[in-house]
Design a protein around this ligand. Structure first.
Ligand code: NAG
Ligand code: NAG
Ligand code: NAG
Ligand code: NAG
Ligand code: NAG
Length: 370
């Protein structure tokens, strides 16, 4: 038994040494409100969701003012930038900034599928933006010549960059489910197409030279007060017994995550030279909901910190940032920020679990190589 244990120990030591001395040179991020650092506000996109995110108390915990982030402070992507010693990712639409250390293409309200998919089905009405994943990829392709001019330069830059494809896809399901009152069965039928769009985007990035990629799954949206309120359950059976989250929403996202993870496995086989981590957004939030106290959350885990009242402190007429709403005294003790999104305190813990494990497969720190 002795020799294998020693070898394992040596490998672990080497890994720790190398991961503490190296870092990524740049981050490129695609997604929606879970990682938007300002694009939605700059784009002044469609009227819904109302531009409440541009108002206080958004940003109250860290920035002291609204930045376009859908939270009280930093997002997972901000904690990544800090961990790699990089500047916080500038939004792509803030064209004045340098994108040499990376850029954020994520837009609040963005869908994985193009808007035409929803318009063809009469579901275009309540989408927050038309700046879908394909549009964001187009922005990246446009930007490449300003980042690197020769194949060799691009290869060098991208081999030391981290690419995040998502989270994305949540809006593709939740908008039809909540605003168009489609059934869970109807929306479940879209899952393979949404997953294919994310897979296509990941593959396109690999073909453009990305070698370190993270593909995050979706969070359990049935634990968020906006969904709990809008898809109100009628009987005890509609809720998970251990969390109080809404089963039908969570089952849908679990299915999405299962298919997405299968596609990641296939991509790894197809492109053996790339490193792709599947990041689990689902399990950490389920654990917060199940035992909030264990994670430092003393505020009720299914209630929004910032909102306009009601059993879950969520009122679509008085969203966080709009008149009639207010924030809880200590957002750091709350898991859920505004009914749709998590607090900085939640994102900090999820970011750590993706960087170092156990919720990214493999942990993102282990993607770095010579
Ligand atoms: C970019 O710079 C111009 C000119 O200095 C300024 O008017 C504009 O507001 C800046 N845009 C952003 C997004 O910072
Ligand atoms: C999005 O909508 C805006 C406003 O209607 C329009 O000007 C723009 O061209 C659209 N963009 C895309 C990528 O469809
Ligand atoms: C690539 O070439 C263009 C045109 O010559 C130049 O403007 C740009 O700065 C170059 N980009 C890099 C990263 O060197
Ligand atoms: C994914 O790419 C394939 C091959 O180009 C294409 O046929 C398919 O329509 C794409 N799927 C989506 C959802 O974009
Ligand atoms: C669910 O919420 C809607 C909108 O608030 C309300 O009209 C409906 O009566 C509620 N249904 C149940 C079963 O509580």
């Amino acid at each position: 038994m002795q020799p294998p244990v020693c070898i394992l120990f040596l490998l672990i030591s080497c890994f720790h040494l190398s991961s503490s001395t190296r870092t990524f040179d740049a981050i490129f991020n695609f997604g929606d409100s879970l990682s938007d650092t300002g694009n939605f506000l700059i784009a002044n996109a469609n009227a819904f969701p109302a531009p409440n995110i541009g108002n206080t108390p958004y940003g109250m915990t860290f920035f002291g003012h609204p930045t376009g982030r859908c939270s009280d402070g930093r997002l997972i992507i901000d904690f990544f930038a800090e961990a790699f010693g990089l500047p916080l990712l500038p939004p792509f639409l803030s064209r004045n900034q340098s994108f040499a250390r990376g850029v954020n293409f994520a837009v609040t309200g963005a869908t994985a599928l193009d808007v035409s998919f929803f318009e063809q089905r009469g579901l275009g009405g309540m989408l927050g933006t038309n700046l879908s994943l394909n549009v964001q990829l187009g922005w990246f392709e446009q930007l490449i010549p300003s980042l690197c001019n020769t194949t060799e330069d691009c290869r060098k830059l991208f081999s030391k960059s981290l690419f995040l494809v998502g989270e994305i896809g949540g809006n593709d399901y939740l908008v039809p489910l909540t605003f168009h009152r489609l059934t869970e069965e109807q929306v479940t039928a879209y899952v393979p197409t949404v997953v294919e769009a994310i897979n296509n985007a990941t593959e396109r990035l690999i073909e453009l030279g990305a070698v370190n990629l993270v593909v995050p799954g979706n969070p359990p949206s049935g634990c968020f007060s906006g969904i709990l309120t809008m898809l109100n359950g009628t009987s005890k059976r509609d809720f998970e017994h251990d969390t109080g989250c809404l089963k039908k929403a969570n089952d849908l996202l679990k299915y999405h995550n299962r298919l997405l993870r299968e596609e990641v496995v296939k991509l790894r086989r197809k492109y053996p030279h790339v490193r792709i981590s599947y990041a689990d957004f689902y399990k950490p939030i389920i654990r917060f909901a199940r035992s909030p106290g264990k994670f430092g959350f003393s505020y009720p885990s299914l209630k929004a910190c910032c909102g306009g009242g009601g059993p879950y402190n969520f009122n679509i007429q008085a969203l966080c940032g709009l008149p009639g709403s207010s924030a809880c005294a200590n957002p750091s003790a709350a898991m859920n920020w505004d009914g749709w999104h998590a607090t900085e305190a939640s994102y900090r813990q999820i970011a750590a679990s993706w960087l170092h494990g156990p919720y990214a497969h493999p942990p993102i720190m282990s993607l770095m190589k010579d």
